[in-house]
Design a protein around this ligand. Structure first.
Ligand code: NAI
Length: 283
């Protein structure tokens, strides 16, 4: 099972980072999105990221140019035909992702592997929406993709061993570290991380300490590089709430109950860095 060509669906925060990662590792990539404007934004983000890497001496100028040369963009999903692997990073809605998988079944050849970057949807349910469930797998990249080392590989119940092996090997080939998880709510990273952030929010909610002090305590006492509230602001508090709701609803266990303060922050529009204000202020 050889993977030589890649398609990425979605040119947003994750999609453009995933496309950049494959292009930098030498794979011809076509990045597909619904509009030219979304593709232009995605390409501009990749160009800026490559420029930064050159400035910091992480890659040579000609390597950055070569990576850009391997990147095509398209609004027509037909451009994904003939790709060995298609990774989707579109909106986090089951119906939309399932619809896309159905469409890809018609566009792509029998051997194509379909990977999804979903952060919370059941891989097994998604695989069931494809006519080739054995070839569906989760490739969960982390934000910002060019900098983050891990790819959490999620096996649906139906995923074939050979597909899992090929994706594990490919992850290493693009310079990332693969770790495999079975399909479950939140997989591994978010299952551990989101409740920790939620608990830090509860500490603030209950008046135990200020946001600054909670973060400082976790940095100095647990050796975390960033405090949990700053991390929640970075991820987006709406995203954290979404993950907690997935865990709470999925496991039906009160230990995953979202903090009332987390809900209020989201209701107030204090979503973190992206809205200029979360537990801290930005910009
Ligand atoms: P985003 O909103 O930045 O980008 C999504 C892109 O997909 C948009 O450009 C949109 O136009 C495009 N799109 C929507 N429907 C499409 C379709 N049918 N065909 C082609 N393009 C389509 O979203 P983001 O943050 O990049 O998230 C993408 C996926 O990655 C989601 O499933 C999310 O849960 C997951 N994820 C996000 C992380 C993050 O930190 N943002 C981390 C890990 C996973």
């Amino acid at each position: 099972m050889t993977i030589e060509t890649v398609g990425v669906v979605g040119a947003g925060a994750m999609g453009n980072g995933i496309a950049q990662t494959f292009a930098m590792a030498g794979f011809p990539v076509v990045m597909q999105d619904l509009s030219d404007a979304a593709l232009a934004r995605g390409r501009a983000t990749i160009e800026k990221s490559l420029e930064r890497l050159v400035k910091r001496d992480k890659i040579a100028t000609d390597a950055a140019e070569a990576a850009l040369g391997r990147l095509e963009t398209a609004t027509d999903p037909g451009a994904l035909a003939g790709r060995d692997l298609v990774v989707e990073a579109i909106v986090e809605k089951f119906e939309v992702k399932a619809g896309l998988l159905g469409k890809l079944d018609d566009i792509c050849g029998e051997a194509t592997i379909f990977a999804t970057n979903t952060s919370s949807i059941s891989l097994t349910r998604l695989a069931a929406a494809s006519s080739r469930p054995g070839r569906v797998i989760g490739m969960h990249f982390f934000n910002p993709v060019p900098l983050m080392q891990l790819v959490e590989i999620i096996r649906a119940l139906q995923t074939e061993d050979a597909v899992c092996d090929a994706i594990t090997e490919l992850t290493r080939a693009v310079g990332k570290t693969p770790r495999v998880s079975k399909d479950s709510y939140g997989f591994v990273v978010n299952r551990v991380l989101a409740p920790m952030i939620n608990e830090a929010i509860n500490c603030v909610y209950e008046g135990l300490a200020s946001p600054e002090d909670v973060d400082e305590m976790m940095k100095l006492g647990a050796n975390h590089p960033m405090g949990p509230l700053s991390l929640g602001d970075l991820i987006g508090l709406d995203v954290v709430l979404n993950i907690m709701e997935t865990l709470y609803g999925g496991f039906d266990d009160p230990k995953y109950r979202p903090s009332p303060l987390l809900k209020q922050m989201v209701d107030a529009g204090y979503l973190g860095r992206k809205s200029g204000r979360g537990f801290f202020r930005y910009g």
